[in-house]
Design a protein around this ligand. Sequence first.
Ligand code: GAR
Length: 212
Amino acid sequence: MKRIVILISGRGSNMEAIVRARAAEQWPAEIAAVISNRPDAAGLAFAQSHGIATAVVDHKVFGPGQSGREAFDAELQRVIDGFAPDLVVLAGFMRILTPAFTAHYADRMLNIHPSLLPAFTGLHTHQRAIGMGCKFAGATVHFVTAELDHGAIVAQAVVPVLPGDDEAALSARVLKLEHRMYPSAVRWFVSGQLALESGRVRQLAGESQSFS
Ligand code: GAR
């Protein structure tokens, strides 16, 4: 039985999709904990109501600058490791992570990012895609490395950008696919189907890694 720890910062709809898929599809895995860096993250209530352990590591307590960031990550790592995870899942976890933290979870931490990486790393991805006149937008699930929004790509979801789209309309269209893609990617990991070869995820047998 693989143990999954999910990190959130807010709404937690991807976390919810993963929790529901695990139960419906009876993965060989359990959600050991949901951890937030914000005490008011809405997703914490969903996790608690499903009997999942929750914890808060409030980044504001650790002060500004690089030393604050390092102290926060060290405490977060301590709390995560208390749940002995096989996999750490970043699901709308809005923190830049230190290299020591990402190295500790190398090859066992996934992230979902709302763009077709390597385009539009960072924030406001949908607004920037609209602003550039992109015809397609989407989301990417990838392994986490020290470089922000890089790392081997596990799956991608693509949607059209429609005339008149604003950020809300486009992000809602992408989010629907995120909710299909991220549970699939986590299921692949916990069932031992994700293998890294020369820094890339080996093509899965029999399942598509592209969503549309
Ligand atoms: C999702 O769209 C996710 O792709 C994005 O935040 C949203 C979280 O929604 N993640 C990032 O921007 C990470 N840089 P959720 O809390 O409802 O899952």
